[in-house]
Design a protein around this ligand. Structure first.
Ligand SMILES: [Zn+2]
Ligand SMILES: [Zn+2]
Ligand SMILES: [Zn+2]
Length: 86
């Protein structure tokens, strides 16, 4: 998803994923089995290299660095095909 300037935009909150914000819509995540858990904030000390959230912020949708609160795996993969490490 892209905005008018061609920036990548989050499908959850509509903010550009390059502006060093965090995701106001990304506090919880809903899994394919219907369970809902709180999202793990970005634990880096620099803005996320993938979606540019600030340290301690919540990743935007489809960020590669998002961590699954259920199994600790890559959240994007768990949301697509379910957790593989339970
Ligand atoms: Zn991120
Ligand atoms: Zn977002
Ligand atoms: Zn998982």
């Amino acid at each position: 998803m892209k905005d008018k300037q061609g920036k990548a935009v989050c499908g959850l909150c509509g903010l550009a994923m390059v502006d060093f914000t965090d995701c106001p819509a990304g506090r919880t995540v809903v899994f394919p089995d219907g369970s809902e858990l709180p999202v793990i904030p970005w634990d880096g000390t620099v803005p996320c290299p993938d979606c540019a959230v600030v340290p301690g912020g919540y990743h935007h949708q489809h960020c590669d660095r998002g961590v699954c609160p259920k199994c600790g795996g890559q959240l994007m993969i768990c949301l697509a095909i379910g957790c593989q490490e339970e």
